[in-house]
Design a protein. Structure first.
Length: 132
């Protein structure tokens, strides 16, 4: 369990980018070929960053309200060695008077200082309701 490392700091920065809806800064932390697994569904960087446009268009504010845990590890997986960062966070999404609170578990695999894979797990129900 690490309090800080370059990779952990990069994940903390992506949280801030998400809050600021700053897709330009956000994308810089990821390899162009990154694969996201959003509740198991594969998506590209462009598809993932599409959430920023949706939030901006729908006037949704994003606030990471709690980082319950964040830690890093190194190990060999079936696709090779890697540096990983894991976080369990809580995020508020607010649109006018409506607010939803979502718990996320996220795991990121790094290579050469960039995120090459990201897994996000959360209940999308409340976010879907907010964005209707």
């Amino acid at each position: 369990n690490y309090d800080s490392s370059a990779n952990i700091d990069a994940i903390k920065a992506t949280n801030k980018d998400m809050e600021n809806l700053d897709s330009v800064s956000y994308k810089k932390k990821y390899a162009d070929s990154v694969t996201f697994y959003d509740n198991g569904k594969p998506m590209t960087l462009a598809q993932n960053v599409g959430f920023f446009k949706t939030w901006i268009d729908k006037k949704v504010q994003v606030k990471v309200t709690n980082v319950n845990a964040i830690w890093g590890s190194s190990f060999n997986s079936k696709d090779g060695p890697g540096e990983y960062v894991y976080q369990y966070i809580e995020v508020d999404f607010t649109q006018g008077a409506k607010k939803v609170h979502v718990h996320f578990f996220q795991a990121d695999k790094f290579k050469d200082g960039k995120i090459i894979k990201e897994w996000n797990f959360y209940d999308p129900t409340s976010m879907s309701t907010l964005l209707k």
